[in-house]
Design a binder for this molecule. Structure first.
Ligand SMILES: [Zn+2]
Ligand SMILES: [Zn+2]
Length: 184
């Protein structure tokens, strides 16, 4: 999906793409997330952003919203979770000769601000979205912050099941200490 900016006026321009009507957005989701995204949830995918044009520099400020079905790191259950990923970058026009030098200069000045180059007034929305998703997707998911995980002995899900492996008198808050002892 290439957006041509040659006729874009200065200022802010809003864009919205819905997953169920936009195949290239869904291609990005599949490429970046794989099976964590469940087919059939396309209608809950929304990519919304503003482009703010100032001379030839364009700031992209947006959010990708979707619903995922990841596996919990601790209890291994698959759960549904909404996610909002920021999509923010600065787009700078590249000229053939100056690109190399400009990268160095901008990296020094810009610090951790993200930016990328565009050429011939063309912005590759699909490429930007895919890269931003890969950058901002959490590398692990918990079904909830207090997830108790699985019993290390019998594998029971400690959120929903009780097993006989631990005596009920033990305080769950000391569980991390017990693990330390086991390791040594
Ligand atoms: Zn869990
Ligand atoms: Zn157990």
């Amino acid at each position: 999906m290439i957006l041509n900016t040659s006729k874009m006026k200065e200022g802010r321009h809003a864009y919205t793409f819905f997953g169920d009507r936009t195949p290239w957005v869904m291609d990005c989701v599949k490429e970046a997330l794989g099976e964590v995204f469940r087919p059939g949830e396309e209608s809950k995918v929304c990519f919304r952003f503003d482009l703010i044009k100032s001379c030839e520099n364009i700031t992209m400020d947006g959010v990708m919203k979707l619903v995922l079905h990841p596996e919990c790191l601790r209890c291994l259950c698959v759960f549904e979770t909404p996610l909002s990923l920021p999509v923010k970058t600065h787009l700078i026009p590249a000229s053939e000769e100056s690109e190399e030098g400009a990268v160095g200069e901008l990296e020094l000045e810009a610090g951790d601000v993200e930016f990328c180059f565009y050429r011939h007034h063309e912005i590759d929305l699909k490429k930007i979205l895919r890269e931003e998703m890969l950058l901002n997707i959490p590398d692990r998911f918990l079904c909830h912050l207090e997830c108790k995980g699985l019993c290390p002995q019998c594998g029971a899900n400690m959120n929903t099941d009780s097993c006989q492996c631990r005596s009920p008198a033990k305080d769950a808050r000391f569980a991390p200490l017990e693990k330390l002892k086991l390791k040594s």
